[in-house]
Write a protein that binds this ligand. Structure first.
Ligand code: GLA
Length: 369
């Protein structure tokens, strides 16, 4: 769980902004809710390496250097993430990528106190993704510093099939955008074409079995707090990302977070589902028109369930106990994870009126009978 600079600030980042975001992570209660990593995405590097071939920070934006920034983030009790690219150059900043400099760059990251490395896939013509990411993974391991390794090749090379020994998380699609389902026209192209989170969600069901503790599918950033999503859509993304056991990486300006946005990002009951110790990724178990049921089995045997309404008007979404591996005659206790209330014991399944583009999220306990 953490915060990433890209979706809100793109290349417009600097050390003052990142420090203030670390402060706000603590002051807003996000740290208390479990968010830990402050991840500086593209835009931090100088355009060239130093005389020793080492990456350096952009002197105008990060005059104190990355070690000082990492120290500051650590002083707030948080962890520090940094971006690079597997190819010859980063995607859009004309800064050097890590191709053929994996050992050198991993050592710099380790010396600076980096805890999380995100490696992108631009300017990699002719390269093998498996080889390139293995190289960086080995370079990171060789430093002896534990650093989470986040692969970002947009699912182009089916990383779920081979990356578990290489990385801790891998992006499954192109970038998320702050809209419901925009970007359909570019979604089948290779590379990081941005798209609404619902289109990203639709790519996840076949991938569920590949995730587990220490190696996760990454359906990209949370767009919550951006103008392109309504509150219902934001609650829906958060709930479904928890079902997907996804990394929860916020991108909004934590310094000026409206209470209703904070209430979504810091919902402890939904976060507990996301962080469940079994690490089983959930999936869709029923489709009925615009109504869907998504389910994630939890470590204690209970089930987290999302009733999801894709339509533009309220819809009753139904769940049968057999959808979640229970007997139809079971009497199961229910808790609403957005209302924070127990809602009694139900037999024969459950249904609820779900708001337009929204969800009802419940936890379903073990049979009482
Ligand atoms: C690609 C990645 C994004 C972000 C940008 C930065 O599009 O997929 O997550 O890192 O590059 O340039």
């Amino acid at each position: 769980m953490g915060w990433n600079s890209w979706a809100t600030y793109a290349l417009n980042i600097n050390e003052t902004l990142i420090r203030s975001m670390a402060d706000a992570m603590v002051a807003s209660g996000m740290k208390g809710a479990g968010y830990e990593y402050i991840i500086v995405d593209a835009g931090w590097k100088a355009k060239g390496r130093d005389a020793g071939g080492r990456l350096q920070a952009d002197q105008d934006k990060f005059p104190s250097g990355m070690k000082a920034l990492a120290d500051y983030v650590h002083s707030q009790g948080l962890k520090f993430g940094l971006y690079t690219d597997a190819g010859s150059e980063d995607c859009v900043s004309n800064a050097p990528g890590s191709k053929n400099f994996e050992d050198k760059d991993a050592s710099s990251f380790s010396e600076w106190g980096v805890d999380y490395v995100k490696e992108d896939w631009c300017n990699t013509g002719g390269m093998s993704a498996q080889e390139a990411y293995r190289k960086m993974s080995q370079a990171i391991t060789a430093t002896g510093r534990p650093m989470v390794f986040s692969m970002c090749e947009w699912g182009d090379n089916k990383p779920w099939a081979w990356a578990a020994p290489v990385a801790n998380l891998w992006r499954t699609t192109g970038d998320s955008k702050d809209c419901w389902d925009c970007g359909r026209e570019t979604m089948n192209k290779l590379g990081g074409y941005p798209r609404g989170w619902v289109l990203i969600l639709d790519a996840q069901p076949p991938l569920a079995a590949y995730a587990g503790p220490g190696h996760w599918n990454d359906p990209d950033l949370l767009q919550i707090g951006h103008p392109g999503l309504t509150i219902e859509e934001s609650r829906a993304q958060f709930s479904l990302w928890a079902i997907l056991a996804a990394p929860l990486i916020a991108t909004n300006d934590l310094r000026s977070m409206p209470p209703e946005i904070r209430a979504i990002l810091a919902n402890q009951e939904v976060i507990a589902v996301d962080q469940d110790s079994a690490g089983t990724e959930g999936t869709r178990v029923r489709i009925s028109g615009n109504g869907e049921v998504w389910m994630r089995p939890l470590a204690d045997g209970s089930r987290a369930v999302v009733l999801f309404n894709r339509s533009k008007s309220p819809l009753t979404v139904r769940l049968r106990w057999t959808d979640i591996g229970r007997k139809q005659t079971d009497e199961l206790p229910l808790r609403d994870l957005w209302r924070h209330a127990d809602i009694g014991v139900s037999k024969d399944g459950y249904f609820a009126l779900v708001p337009a583009h929204g969800v009802v999220m419940i936890k379903i306990g073990l049979p009482a009978n």
